[in-house]
Structure formats: structure tokens, C-alpha cells
Design a protein around this ligand. Sequence first.
Ligand code: UTP
Length: 295
Amino acid sequence: MTFKPLRKAVFPVGGLGTRFLPATKALPKEMLPIVDRPLIQYAVDEAIEAGIEQMIFVTGRGKSAIEDHFDIAYELETTMAQRGKSLDLLHQTRLKPGAVAYVRQQEPMGLGHAVWCARDIVGDEPFAVLLADDFMVGGAGRPGCLKQMVDAYNRTGGNLICAQEVPDDQTHMYGIITPGARDGALTEVKGLVEKPAAGTAPSNLSVIGRYILQPEVMRVLEGQEKGAGGEIQLTDAMARMIGDQPFHGVTFAGRRFDCGDKAGFIQANLALALGRDDIGPAVRDFARAALANEA
Ligand code: UTP
């Protein structure tokens, strides 16, 4: 089997973000910052690092801040230029003209439905899916998560998902993999189940929010019924692709923070803040003092 190279990435940002209300009432969850950059910016930078040429955002109502973030901010740039301030940080958020497309998911019917909404822009090509609230940090000297997956894709082709071990008491919150043969960071995917009931998970290996998928998944999603939680699930569609094409999980060398969850979001902010030269020392002193007071 030959597979086309990966050029496109889909960013589903149509979710409601109810776990972060009221912060996400008027602000998209993906615009919440980790220190000084919004989650979606980290995801886009990760895609660029992995060689992605076209970014496809699946948005919903109230998500226009994301479009503005990747656009030119004329007033801000003009005023800052007049005041002699550097525009570098603003220019980092611009995407190449024509390298970004937006499609609207009118109703948040689930991740599978969001991905399916991008079918015409994806066309007959493989594509990546990045969930910005799964915040992946490659760490010093290591490539980002999608780049690690693209390196694996260039060897295996087919479909790949990012995989991570989770504790037994969390398997009901994730898509779970039935694992086959393992080869280093690669695990053959023999089966997939979305949010299995407690005690029924086939393993502890969960699906994390990075995917490389072949375009055939769009045809599966076309006729897809609602699954767990009454939503159209990407996991269910992927499960139906197993056996037709190679399918692997890639264990990511790095750290993952679930930023759709409040504790994960705070942990990500703390981890990145501590690693920064500018604010790290002040945050470390504060954290030490706060923990000492608690003890
Ligand atoms: P989540 O399960 O985190 O749902 O979606 P959510 O609505 O964003 O947040 P909560 O649970 O209400 O707090 C996982 C990813 O799938 C996208 C979300 O934007 C997020 O990146 N998504 C989900 C869509 O784009 N559309 C949907 O209909 C559902």
C-alpha cells in the first residue's frame, strides 16, 4: 500500500468547553493561555513543526477570537509600531495567506462530526487532527508530538493515533486501544472502544488528541450513528478502519497535560512557567512559600 504525504491538519474547536464555564462563556476554550500563548497557538506551532501546510479549523458560534488571533491586527500593529515596540510576537501568530481555512460545525454533535465537517477541504488526502486542549510538550531537544507521529507515519503509512497509559480508574474517560504487537514506541491497534464501562477496558492504553488519518475515515463518518454520550465519535469510525489499512498507536516521548480539565490546565501553566527564564524564578519562590505555608 502507498500513502500520500501529510500536508493538512484539522483543528476541531467547535466544542462547548462546559468544564471551564464561566471562563468559556464568551471565550473559546482554545484561547485560554498557557503562560502567554493560547492553547491553539501551541497546537498550530506543533503542526507547522511537523511540516503541515494547511490548517483547517472546525469552528462554531462564539469562536471568532480564534480567527482574529491568526489574522493581522492592524490597529495594534500600527499603534505598537508608532510607539517603537517590537512586532515579533504579533508576527508569530500570522499564518501564510491561503494556508488556513475555516469551516463551521453548526451544532456540537461530537468530535467525529466536527472532523466530518472538514471533508471537502481535506479532500482525498491523509490529514492530522489536533485537539488543542490536549497540550503536548516534547521537552528539551525533542520534537513535538505530531512530528514524532509523522516520523512514524513515514515508516508505517496508514492511520496513527497518539497513545498514552492511563490509570485503571480513568479508562472510562478515554478511547481505549486493544493492543497488538509492540515495536518501540509503536503499538499495533487491534481494536478501539470509546469510554468503556469501568472494569471492561481492553487495556490501559488510551487515545490522546493527536491523529493521522486516511481520507477513507470521512466516508465511514458519513453514515455514522451516535455513540457514547449521544455524540458522533471519531473513535467508532476509526475502529471500523482497523484491518483495512495499517493502524498504530504512537507513545509520545514527552509530557501531556489535559487542559480541558481545570487541574491539568493549572499544572500546564505551572510547568511552563517554572521552565521560563523570565518568570520562572519568581514563580518558583512563590510556589515554595505557598507549599511551605500549607505544610
Ligand atoms: P471535549 O470532549 O473536550 O468537549 O472535546 P468540549 O465541548 O470541548 O468541552 P467540555 O467537555 O464541555 O468541557 C474534545 C475536542 O473536540 C472538539 C472540542 O473543541 C475539543 O477540542 N469538539 C467536540 C468539537 O469540535 N465539536 C464537538 O461537537 C465536540
